[in-house]
Ligand binder design. Structure first.
Ligand code: FAD
Ligand code: MLT
Ligand code: ZN
Length: 460
């Protein structure tokens, strides 16, 4: 995003848990801060060294340890790239329970550490449900073996949950055991157009009722997101070119009976058309078309990046209120910025993105030729730092709005560096205090991913 600039003299790439444990033991004894890093695709600066932290990158820990076809439990090292796991499972007739646009680079350890949501959470649930076990190295180098493969285990506190979503602030995940669903034979994808947001909402309500157990994704994008993709990504075509629509919805169904699944989806689409919820639509006829529909949705972050600077907000909000925020933001920012809305509507997760040509705290350099009365002509360099006008219009407004509507300021991307100090908008003071106590217990010297997740004032 060209937003976070790392600063580190050293990156270590351990090959196994033992090496990683030795590294942490050493760093802890010397009070050397470290930043755990997976695929570095995170969107909140969590994997970026802020001052001089030692980067511990898990990319070399990338073996698949075991896969059990009966239970569907996959055990692998943290550095496995998500897409490689998806390909491995595909050959076994299974799928990963999570999928996201960054799958080509992000690692399963990074996914678990951020509790990544992604495109199919509506069907398979969060990683808190599908991750069965973890191996974690604590700040002092101790290896915690919690790598269970059982679905049910109520022996005391289920401590693995502390590490799911803790963004590398409590320990470094080295191995993951995860429940994977079987790959089902019939997948259908529809790309639909709606004229207004209320129709998108009603469509979601109907999809849940009429598609039920076969619904595997319900994503939406507004016309501005669509235009960005069409303008900035090569080879993308609008599947519904006959008119301009305000909203687009991508619906995927996954089931085991081709004819009945298709029948169900078609009946749903007929109902949606007849009741006026959907203005136009296309059903993917083959795998190529299906992936071209997905490419539009998954390509939005890349298109935004190509368009210039982007202020990203990842919010959980009541579905009925969600798009009001996008509209209010447009009124606040006027023509200065392109305010874009898209996201995982099925999960109540809005991605509100504000796109501008450049970050407004950018430094501008102006060169002037200055001729003094008797002296020589000199070249003057003037450095202008523009006030953060756009950012000041967005924040704290966006966080206050979200808090007022009982939402979350981080639905799935985490807090990282960007939102560590904003945690109070979504969590009570007592809860944050308890989090800080847990952090101090597990990492008394504060070496693990400092400046992230928890406000600094509670840790110093
Ligand atoms: P990194 O970026 O390297 O690290 C993320 C955080 O986890 C950091 O705080 C880091 O310190 C910590 N960490 C990494 N590895 C470990 C480890 N082994 N142990 C402990 N801590 C660790 N996110 C979603 O939730 N849903 C989406 O749909 C989604 N789509 C995306 C699409 C694109 C195009 C991009 C660029 C990003 C997207 N993201 C999404 C955000 C990002 O991909 C996820 O947060 C991902 O899970 C991060 O994985 P990573 O390996 O790149 O982690
Ligand atoms: C997405 O859903 O596309 C991701 O979370 C990334 C983003 O919001 O940009
Ligand atoms: Zn997302």
């Amino acid at each position: 995003m060209h937003k976070y600039k790392g600063s580190s003299k050293l990156m270590l790439q351990p090959e196994n848990t033992e090496e990683l444990s030795q590294i942490l033991k050493y760093c802890n004894s010397r009070c050397l801060a470290v930043v755990p890093q997976g695929g570095n695709t995170g969107l909140v600066g969590g994997s970026v060294p802020v001052f001089d932290e030692v980067i511990i990158n898990t990319r070399r820990m990338n073996s698949i340890i075991s896969f059990d076809k009966v239970s569907g439990v996959l055990v692998c090292e943290a550095g496995c790239i998500l897409e490689n796991l998806i390909s491995f499972l595909d050959k076994q007739g299974f799928i990963m329970p999570l999928d996201l646009g960054a799958k080509g680079s992000c690692q399963i350890g990074g996914n678990v550490s951020t509790n990544a949501g992604g495109l199919r959470l509506v069907r398979y649930g969060s990683l808190h449900g599908t991750v069965l076990g973890l191996e974690v190295v604590l700040a002092n180098g101790d290896v915690m073996d919690m790598l269970g493969t059982l679905r049910k285990d109520n022996t005391g506190y289920d401590l693995k949950h502390l590490f799911i979503g803790s963004e590398g602030s409590l320990g470094i995940i080295t191995k993951v055991s995860i429940l994977t669903p079987p790959k089902l034979s019939s997948v259908n994808i529809a790309f639909l157009a709606c004229q207004d947001y209320i129709s998108c909402q009603k469509l979601l309500f109907e999809a849940k009722r009429r598609l039920g157990e076969i619904l595997s994704a319900f994503e939406f994008l507004d016309s501005r997101a669509m235009n960005l993709v069409l303008n900035h990504l090569d080879g993308v075509r609008n599947p519904l070119p006959s008119s301009i629509y305000n909203f687009y919805v991508l619906i995927e169904t996954t089931g085991s009976n081709e004819s009945s699944d298709k029948e169900k989806l078609e009946a749903f689409l007929v109902h949606a058309m007849e009741s006026g919820l959907v203005s136009d639509g296309a059903l993917a006829q083959d795998l190529n078309q299906a992936s071209s529909f997905w490419h539009i949705r998954e390509g939005i972050p890349e298109a935004l990046m190509k368009a210039g600077a982007v202020y990203k907000y990842d919010l959980s909000l009541p579905v009925e209120k969600m798009y009001d925020l996008v509209e209010e933001m447009r009124i606040r920012l006027g023509a200065e910025a392109n305010v874009v809305g898209y996201g995982h509507l099925g999960d109540g997760n809005l991605h509100l993105n504000v796109s501008t040509p450049q970050y407004d705290d950018a430094v501008r350099f102006v060169f002037l030729l200055h001729k003094s009365k008797n002296g020589p002509t000199v070249l003057l360099l003037i450095i202008i730092r523009t006030p953060q006008q756009i950012l000041a219009q967005i924040e704290p407004f966006v966080y206050e709005w979200t808090s007022r509507h009982h939402g979350s300021i981080s639905a799935e991307h985490g807090l990282g560096l960007m939102k560590a100090e904003k945690i109070y908008y979504s969590k009570s003071a007592g809860t944050v205090q308890l989090m800080a106590s847990i952090k101090k217990l597990l990492d008394p010297s504060g070496i693990l991913n400092p400046y992230k997740v928890i406000p600094q004032s509670l840790l110093s």
